[in-house]
Design a protein around this ligand. Structure first.
Ligand code: ADP
Ligand code: MG
Length: 696
C-alpha cells in the first residue's frame, strides 16, 4: 500500500476523534504523518552532570532524592532536592499531589528532563518530566533524540509522537516510501533516499555526529531537511512547468501587425516610451505573434509605466479583431484602469467595457451583452470578469494587474474563460510592485518574465523621514511651508485595512483637524466610500492645483499622478506592508522638485517596526524593499493570502530555502528531459491528487 493512500485509521488508537484532531493539523494519510516534521528536538540521550547544568538549557539529569517538602512562598509549591556526584538541583512543582510528594522519598533515584532555571534555591527544574529508576540496573537511555512536533489542542505531544512512531514502523515493514528522485540526481546532490531522510528526521540517532548537527537541525539546514525541502520545491516547480507545457501546446491566435492603432496611440501620448518600456513591449510583441499562448509576467517598480505597455498589448489584440480583458484585484484599481483605458482608447474609436461586482441590473446586462457580441473591445474589471455568466465574443488577450493578490487558481480560471476548443488567450500578468526573485521563481514558474528596470525621465528620488507623532506639529508646519512655496501635499490616513468605514471616518476627522490648523490652505478629502463622481471631482481639483493639501485614505495608492505634489505624510506607516508604503510613496517624486515622504508613526515602535521603517528610509528601490520584506515577513505576507494555496509548503520555507531554487530549477529541467516517469508521482505526492492548480 502507498503511504499517501493509507488512511490514519490504519494506525492503532486512531478513532474518529483522534482522526479529527489530526485533520486539524492537515494530516490525512500515513504519508502526511511521515512528512510532519519535528519543530525541534530534545536531547535525552545523555545525562548531564548536575554540576554542568547551564541555566536556560534543557537537560536530562539523574540523582538521588535528598528531601521533598512543601514551601509557602508567593505560591505554594513542592520542592524536591536531588544530588549527584557533581552537585545539587531542585525540582519545583506548583501542581502536585500528596502521593506524588510521598513517593519522592529520600534515597530514591530519579531521572528528570526539563529546562534549567536559576531559582531561589540555586539551580531548579520547573515541572520536569521525571521517572524513578532502579538503583542496581542502569536504565538505558533512548537511542534517538526526542522529537517535538507541532501539535494542536487535545492531541498530546506523547500521543502524536507514538502515532508517528507507528507510521515509521509500518514504513519499515509493509509500506514503501518510494524514491522518485532518480538515484543519479541524488548522488550528484549528495542526498540520501527519501525514506532515510524521513526516518532520520524523526529519529536522529544518538552519537557525536548528531550532537554536532544539532545547530543545523535547529536552523532547518541539515541535509535530510534540505533533501525533503528540495523534493517539495522540485515538485511544485514540475507542476507549474507541466501546466505551462500543457498551455503552450494549445493554440493561441497569432496577433500580427499592422500597427495602425498603436501608432495612433503612441502619437497621442505626451511623451516617448522609455527604453525599458520599448524593450518589454517588443518582448510582448514577439510572444503575441506566435501561435502559442503568451504566458508572461511583467514586473516594474512603482511608476515605471506598466499600464502603457499593457495598453499597447491590448491594442495589438484589438487590431487583430480580438478582445482584450484587463483585470485588477480591487474595485478602485480597476476603476482607475477603466478611466485610463477609456481616456486613451476612446479617442481611437474603441469601446471600453466595464464590470465589477457592484455593477447591477440593466447596466450590468448591457455590459455583459457588449462583451458577448464583441462590441466592447477592451474590457476592464475586477475578478467579476471570470464569474459564471460572463462570456466573451473572442477573447484574445488577458491582462492581470495583480498586485500579488490573485492566486494561481484565478489566473488559470481566467485562462480557461477565454478558451475555445482550439484556442486559449494570451496572458500578461503585471505586478504592481516588484516581487523578490525567489518568489517569482516559485510562484510564477509557469511564466516568462519581463522587467521594466527604468523610470520615466524627470523623476526625483524621494527623501524619506521617520518621525514620531509627538512631532506632529512640526510636520504640519512643514506642509504649510511646502504649500507656501507652491507645492502640493498628500496626507494619507491609514487604519487596519479591513475596516474601510473606520478608515474613512479617520480621514474625515483628520481633514477637519488639519483645516483648523492650516486655515489658509485649500484642503480636499478623498476616501473609498465617496461616490466615483465625488472622488474624481476632488482629484481633478487637486490635479488642477486648486487644492493644496489632499487628505486621503490609501485609495490614492493607485493611479494618482500629480507631478507638482512633492510632500507626502503617511500616518501610522507601521500598520502597512512595505510594498504598500512603497506604492504610496511613489505618488510623490514625479516632478522636478525635491520630494519628501514623512512616515509619521505612533510610538513606541517594536524593534521589527523600527527595522521596517528604516528600510523605507534607506531605500527607494522596490526590488530591494521587496527582498527585505520577504526576509522579515515571510512569503505568505508578501504575496498575500490568496497565494497561500500555492505558497503553503509543508516543509520548504522560501525565506530559508531560497538558496536552493536555482538548483531546483536546473534539476527540474533535467527531470523533464530525462526522467519523465518521475514527474507525475512527485506532483501527486506533494500536491495531492486534486492538483492545487486546478485542471487546465
Ligand atoms: P505603474 O508601473 O506603477 O503602473 P503607471 O503605468 O501608472 O506606472 O505610470 C506612472 C505614470 O508615469 C503615469 O502617469 C504615466 O502616464 C507616466 N508614464 C508612463 N510612461 C512614461 C514615459 N515613458 N515617460 C513619461 N511618463 C510616463
Ligand atoms: Mg500600475
Amino acid at each position: 500500500m502507498l503511504p499517501e493512500q493509507t488512511p490514519l485509521t490504519e494506525l492503532k488508537g486512531v478513532g474518529p476523534s483522534v482522526a479529527a484532531r489530526l485533520e486539524a493539523l492537515q494530516l490525512h494519510s500515513i504519508q502526511d504523518l511521515l512528512f510532519h516534521l519535528p519543530l525541534r528536538y530534545q536531547d535525552r540521550t545523555r545525562l548531564c552532570p548536575i554540576g554542568s547544568c547551564r541555566i536556560g538549557t534543557e537537560a536530562l539529569v539523574q540523582g538521588e532524592v535528598l528531601a521533598a517538602e512543601v514551601t509557602f512562598g508567593r505560591r505554594r509549591s513542592m520542592l524536591c532536592r536531588i544530588k549527584d556526584q557533581t552537585g545539587i538541583i531542585s525540582l519545583r512543582f506548583f501542581h502536585f499531589s500528596a502521593a506524588q510528594k510521598n513517593a519522592l522519598k529520600p534515597g530514591t533515584k530519579v531521572r528528570c528532563y526539563g529546562e534549567v532555571r536559576g531559582g531561589k534555591t540555586g539551580l531548579e527544574l520547573y515541572h520536569p518530566e521525571y521517572q524513578f529508576i532502579n538503583h542496581n540496573d542502569t536504565e538505558t537511555l533512548p537511542a534517538y533524540l526526542t522529537p517535538v512536533y507541532p501539535t494542536t489542542e487535545g492531541l498530546q505531544q506523547t500521543r502524536l509522537r507514538a502515532l508517528i512512531g507507528q507510521a515509521l514502523d509500518k514504513l519499515n515493514v509493509t509500506l514503501g516510501l518510494r524514491d522518485w528522485i532518480p538515484a543519479s540526481i541524488r548522488e550528484t546532490l549528495g542526498f540520501t533516499t527519501l525514506a532515510d531522510a524521513v526516518v532520520f528526521l524523526h529519529r536522529p540517532p544518538a552519537g557525536e555526529e548528531i550532537y554536532s548537527s544539532l545547530q543545523a537541525l535547529a536552523l532547518g539546514q541539515h541535509s535530510s531537511q534540505r533533501r525533503l525541502a528540495f523534493e517539495e520545491l522540485l515538485s511544485h516547480r514540475l507542476c507549474l512547468r507541466q501546466l505551462r507545457d500543457q498551455a503552450v501546446q494549445l493554440n493561441a491566435p497569432a496577433l500580427i501587425k499592422p500597427e495602425q492603432l498603436r501608432q495612433q496611440f503612441k502619437a497621442q501620448l505626451p511623451f516617448a516610451l522609455t527604453n525599458a518600456q520599448q524593450r518589454v513591449a517588443n518582448e510582448i510583441d514577439a510572444d503575441l505573434q506566435l501561435g502559442t499562448p503568451m504566458l508572461r509576467l511583467l514586473q516594474g517598480d512603482v511608476g515605471s509605466g506598466k499600464t502603457i505597455v499593457a495598453a499597447l498589448a491590448a491594442l495589438q489584440a484589438v487590431e487583430n479583431g480580438l478582445q482584450a480583458a484587463v483585470m485588477a484585484p480591487t474595485e478602485l484599481l480597476a476603476e482607475q484602469h477603466y478611466l485610463n483605458f477609456s481616456n486613451w482608447l476612446e479617442p481611437l474609436g474603441l469601446t471600453v467595457g466595464w464590470l465589477s461586482g457592484k455593477l447591477k441590473g440593466k447596466k450590468r446586462e448591457a455590459q455583459l451583452q457588449s462583451f458577448r457580441d464583441g462590441s466592447a473591445q477592451v474590457i476592464v474589471g475586477t475578478h467579476a470578469l471570470f464569474q459564471d455568466g460572463v462570456e466573451f465574443a473572442n477573447l484574445g488577450l488577458i491582462i492581470i494587474d495583480e498586485q500579488h493578490r490573485f492566486g494561481v487558481h484565478q489566473r488559470l480560471a481566467l485562462r480557461e474563460k477565454g478558451a475555445s476548443a482550439s484556442h486559449i488567450p494570451h496572458q500578461l500578468v503585471m505586478t504592481a510592485t516588484p516581487i523578490p526573485r525567489t518568489l517569482a521563481m516559485s510562484a510564477y514558474a509557469d511564466l516568462d518574465c519581463s522587467v521594466i528596470d527604468e523610470l520615466p525621465p524627470g523623476r526625483t528620488a524621494v527623501g524619506t523621514l521617520v518621525i514620531s507623532n509627538n512631532r506632529r506639529d512640526d510636520v504640519i508646519e512643514r506642509i504649510h511651508n511646502a504649500c507656501a512655496n507652491g507645492s502640493q501635499a498628500y496626507w494619507v490616513c491609514t487604519l487596519i485595512e479591513e475596516s474601510e468605514a473606520l478608515q474613512c471616518q479617520a480621514a474625515e476627522v483628520t481633514a477637519q483637524a488639519l483645516s483648523k490648523q492650516l486655515p489658509d490652505l485649500a484642503i480636499g478629502l478623498v476616501h473609498g466610500r465617496m461616490k466615483a463622481t465625488e472622488k474624481s471631482a476632488v482629484m481633478d481639483a487637486f490635479k488642477r492645483g486648486e487644492l493644496q493639501l489632499l487628505v486621503a485614505t490609501t485609495v490614492i495608492e493607485v493611479g494618482v499622478d500629480v507631478p507638482n505634489a512633492s510632500l507626502m505624510v503617511i500616518e501610522n506607516p507601521e500598520r502597512l506592508g512595505l510594498a504598500q508604503l512603497h506604492q504610496l510613496r511613489g505618488r510623490v517624486g514625479r516632478g522636478a522638485k525635491a520630494s519628501h515622504c514623512v512616515l509619521l508613526y505612533q510610538g513606541p515602535l517594536s524593534k521589527l517596526a523600527q527595522e521596517r521603517l528604516g528600510i523605507m528610509r534607506d531605500s527607494n528601490d522596490g526590488f530591494y524593499i521587496a527582498e527585505k520584506d520577504l526576509a522579515i515577513r515571510g512569503p505568505g505576507q508578501v504575496l498575500g493570502t490568496q497565494q497561500t494555496g500555492l505558497m503553503n509548503f509543508r516543509i520548504a520555507d522560501l525565506s530559508r530555502d531560497a538558496g536552493m531554487l536555482e538548483l531546483v530549477k536546473e534539476q527540474a529541467d533535467i527531470i523533464a528531459r530525462e526522467h519523465i516517469d518521475c514527474i507525475d508521482p512527485l506532483i501527486k505526492r506533494w500536491l495531492g491528487t486534486k492538483s492545487l492548480y486546478g485542471n487546465v
